[in-house]
Design a binder for this molecule. Structure first.
Ligand SMILES: Nc1nc2c(c(=O)[nH]1)N[C@H]1C(S)=C(S)[C@@H](COP(=O)(O)O)O[C@H]1N2
Ligand SMILES: [Mo]
Length: 217
């Protein structure tokens, strides 16, 4: 976690950092911004989907939060966009090895949604689920405090469908499989419940700085 904070500070200077890296030709594997075992994908942004990309129009997109909350609720596209806009500029890390520096996403902080449903004190974990059925579990603490977003823009453009558009979950301090594409909702629970990859041997939390790739790491 201390590494995550260091990165956040550096992220304010992402352009400078990238230029410096290019001029010095520093070996990518030694870049202190890269979590262990990761490489810099530079201009590549691989698509990793267990499902076929759904044909989901913004008018058909909804986002729901239920489970251990005082007031379960569903937002449509317009209602979600009425919440305060929030952006992320920083890095993302896929468990298959690629990382990207200085990516920008736009959307709304998950805190803004959670404030409206008011999580109960008993809530400790969430299962995020997609409109396609993909699921992933996270500690509630990992999606609060300004560290998680519902994102519908990338680089100032609408998020492409193959990358989760109209909207995806973004939890960039954890491995990117936690950032469910085509996000449909969060269910708040009083226990941890493995999602799709976690049920197939991947780590329950997935902190890239501690290289939590597989269960037991
Ligand atoms: N719905 C859904 N979300 C998903 C996935 C998926 O297969 N389905 N793959 C995860 C994984 S393993 C990664 S690395 C990222 C990939 O996002 P990208 O395709 O935009 O790079 O999405 C995550 N979210
Ligand atoms: Mo991934």
């Amino acid at each position: 976690m201390e590494c995550g904070n260091t990165r956040t500070t550096r992220n304010g200077n992402a352009d400078h950092v990238n230029i410096t890296r290019g001029f010095t030709g520093r070996p990518r594997a030694h870049d202190p911004g890269l979590p262990p075992g990761q490489y810099d994908a530079r201009d590549e942004w691989p698509v990793l989907s267990a499902e076929v990309t759904p044909d989901l129009a913004p008018e058909d997109w909804t986002f729901r939060i239920d489970g251990l909350v005082a007031e379960p609720r569903t937002w449509d596209w317009e209602q979600a966009h009425a919440l305060p806009a929030a952006a992320y500029e920083g890095d993302i890390h896929c468990v298959t090895g690629w990382s990207k520096f200085g990516v920008t996403f736009g959307g709304v902080s998950l805190d803004a949604f959670l404030d409206q449903v008011r999580p109960l004190p008993s809530a400790t974990h969430v299962v995020a689920y997609a409109h396609t059925g993909y699921t992933t579990n996270l500690p509630l603490a990992d999606v609060t405090g300004g560290r998680a977003w519902i994102a519908w823009e990338h680089g100032g453009e609408a998020l492409p469908a193959e990358h989760g558009g109209p909207a995806r979950l973004l939890v960039p301090h954890l491995y990117f499989w936690k950032s469910a594409k085509w996000i449909a909702g969060l269910r708040l629970l009083d226990h941890d419940e493995p999602g799709f990859w976690e049920g197939n041997g991947y780590h329950a939390r997935g902190n890239p700085w501690e290289e939590q790739r597989y269960s037991g790491d």
